[in-house]
Design a protein around this ligand. Sequence first.
Ligand code: GBH
Length: 448
Amino acid sequence: MTQTPFPDDFLWGCATAAYQIEGSPLADGAGASIWQRFSHDPRLMAAKGDTGDVACDHYNRMADDVALMKELGLQAYRFSVAWGRVLPEGTGRVNQAGLGFYERLVDTLLANDIEPLCTLYHWDMPVALDDRGGWLNRDSADWFADYGRVLFDRLDGRVKKWVTLNEPWVVTDGGYLHGALAPGHRNMFEAPIASHNLMRAHGAAVKAYRETGKHEIGLVVNLEPKYAASDSPEDQAAQRRAEAYMNRQYLEPAIHGRYPPELKEIFGEAWPDWPAEDFALIQQPIDFIGVNYYTRNVTRADDSWPLNAGPVPQTQATHTTTGWEVFPQGLTDVLLWVKENYGDLPLYITENGAAFYDPPNAEGGRVDDPLRVDYLRKHIAAIGSAIEQGADVRGYMLWSFLDNLEWSLGYSKRFGIVHVNFETQARTPKNSARLYSQVIATNAATLY
Ligand code: GBH
């Protein structure tokens, strides 16, 4: 048997998010989310007409979907809870039917020996709270902790790995600065406030978890290593700004209780002076860091871009259908970067995967997706390499189990290892799913 760098108890799974797969967003007394509102507004949604109304109909097909996970050999499944199913008004009254869906999901996973990883917030704030200012309201930290308590009380023990937020950078940059994602604001003064309140909410939820929770809770960040285009002081400074903005804006306060100084330079007068006590709340000890990795950036000073940092296009490289460069080495580099800058916390890859062209129909019951197979092989090997160099990586959650609603890009971008025919809802494992089953069965030894 070939040597594998992956430890015996390494956790292999897949990830999804509620609004992207569930459908039936208003069923059984659920309160609408900002994504319900955003996707139904043609002025906001880029892929007009694509909504989460049906998505993968996972809300009605949960048991079959878990059976398919079992068939593929998944050991873990990272899902998110739609806040408004559990608390239709965002706070206060609990909707037992909505909570019941997640309880059934968790029980079905456990009955199939699949470990649940539960994310509290994957971008779908209840509209009732958005109408009160959403993440711009300082009370959002308390709303979020109260919501967390409802889930911890009901599910801790059955769920042993919790995530507070998925990618606060994307929530802020997409939702409050550039308007490409819900709630669709474009406001430089709002972005730092939303970011800061997201981090206060993260801290408040971790603090609430410590009151009763007996297992692990962490934060998920999207990381794209930034490589300076040259040794010039200008490009080096651009690299530092880009890194501070995307990669350190959330890890730095969560782990070290401070912001990178570059943010003040980046936001100028839009960057407030924060109350010192906020950092004590934000810097709650966490049990792991979740890393979502898709691509990298080569960065140069370029004042036609915000941050005076622009990308250097990598014309020779392979790109996915979302236009992202395929760069496996970046995953090794970023895992070692986290270790170096944020210490020896256990790491999970909480998302990694790629959209490539797949047909809308799985003709003859098969989907040949060689580019995705190649992407996965290389990225999993890149994790192996990081482990060999000392990174404490404990698991890998492939994005994604199913083709799904790629947010404002709609159904045109397919990230699944299981093909979904959105006319018939038929599921067809792609060749990449077969590859992944082998990776799991051999703990990746077949890759070496
Ligand atoms: C994740 O975010 C989400 O958590 C998930 O819901 C989503 O479906 C999945 O990824 C796929 O998109 O244009 O080259 O500069 C992804 C975070 C941040 C990754 C922005 C790509 C831009 C790369 N993304 N980044 S580039």
